[in-house]
Design a protein around this ligand. Sequence first.
Ligand SMILES: Nc1ncnc2c1ncn2[C@@H]1O[C@H](COP(=O)(O)OP(=O)(O)OP(=O)(O)O)[C@@H](O)[C@H]1O
Length: 455
Amino acid sequence: MTSAGGGLDEVWRDVLVVARREFGEKAVEQWLDQVTLASVTRDLATLEAPTRFLADWIERNFGQALVRMIGQADPAVRRVQVTVRERAPRREPSAPVEMFTPAPETERGLNSAPLDPRFTFDSFVVGKPNELAHAAARRVAECPDASFNPVFLHGGVGLGKTHLMHAIAAHLQASRPGVKVLYLSAEQFMYRFIQALRFRDTITFKEQFRSVDVLMVDDVQFIAGKDSTQEEFFHTFNALIDQKKQIVISGDSSPDRIEGIEERIRSRLQWGLVVDIHPADYELRLGILHSKAERIMATHPEIVLDPKVLEMLAHRINSNVRVLEGALTRLVAFASLVGRRIDLDMAQECLADLLRAAERKVTIEEIKRRVADHYNLRLSDLVSARRARAVARPRQVAMYLAKNLTSKSLPEIGRGFGGRDHTTVIHAVKKIEALRESDSQLSEDVELLRRMLEA
Ligand SMILES: Nc1ncnc2c1ncn2[C@@H]1O[C@H](COP(=O)(O)OP(=O)(O)OP(=O)(O)O)[C@@H](O)[C@H]1O
């Protein structure tokens, strides 16, 4: 028989007809449809499959049957080998820039989501709240030897998780171009998985994911409640861990707090190093603002910025870094449009809505919940008539916080605590103010609660 040409195609078509009868439509569709008969030389039939995984699988599981089936057309055939089909020249995996460019849908290669060039270690400001997360990220970026596996970064919205993930990927890309890094969001993981299901190409999907050296999945909470995606993620995760490949994952809360995630995944996510990015404190917020302002000034020398504005922003906007950054960007845009110097007046005027929203953020309900949690009380205790110290003191703390962290009036606060009179609220506020001077434990509790509520 010839080594190429129409004869081979016909033989293969006949083989598929027989295979359909023997193995069923589904098996043929899933495995053999992707294969071609490339040559028959003496007793050896050579098939070509698109991937190594598929080639091995077919040789192992269908080899004997295929010898028999091809043998019906050419009785000389005694052996079958399945090789990997050469594709059109692909991107060289070691070409760093290319690795991070999104690929066309049709391409079978493995591509990271694009990285934001601004998200590097150089531009990441380190402070107490994020120093552990930063150290873990640096460690993986400099030495992805899976000694902590997986590394799980978690924290609230806009605190720098994605920034650190991109920084790791960018660092690896620059320093170890031979290492295959795949960075993508959990949503993209799901999308690719669904595409693979749709085009009945889950084998390629599996093979691609299992061939990376470093897998980075951002916002893993996205797969919560999505059963098949979780299942697939679980298998990918295990396969990579078994091969000692580094995995880095980020989520909006620690693995034990992500709802809707299977227990076995939760426990796997906790295997390695779980690090928390805490909300930025005043110093870190100010540091980040200074760093961003310096970068802006470097490219906009015409902008004049009063340093007091940065202090005011760091003080008043404590929701998250993204909002803080947005405020600065808005100021700069405004200043360059109207040609004004950025001082306190201008900032208050330009950011009035944002500053008001930042103040309104904490609610009495949240305060009560946090305080009840902290002191191990029921929410109803805080609005009850009970006067025992174990309940009355936390209630006073909650009122004090409501006075300081919300713009509610004293009567409104009183109403929020079981319809108490505004004089009770004044008493509570004064009491806690005085106790903060003398009782360090109470002072620490209040500070901790304040920080948690402002985060
Ligand atoms: N320590 C930091 N130093 C400099 N910039 C920071 C820092 N932390 C956060 N940022 C900036 O804040 C913005 C939000 O950060 P990022 O997108 O990484 O947040 P995230 O934690 O991934 O949020 P989300 O949960 O919404 O995905 C980014 O522009 C990022 O550069």
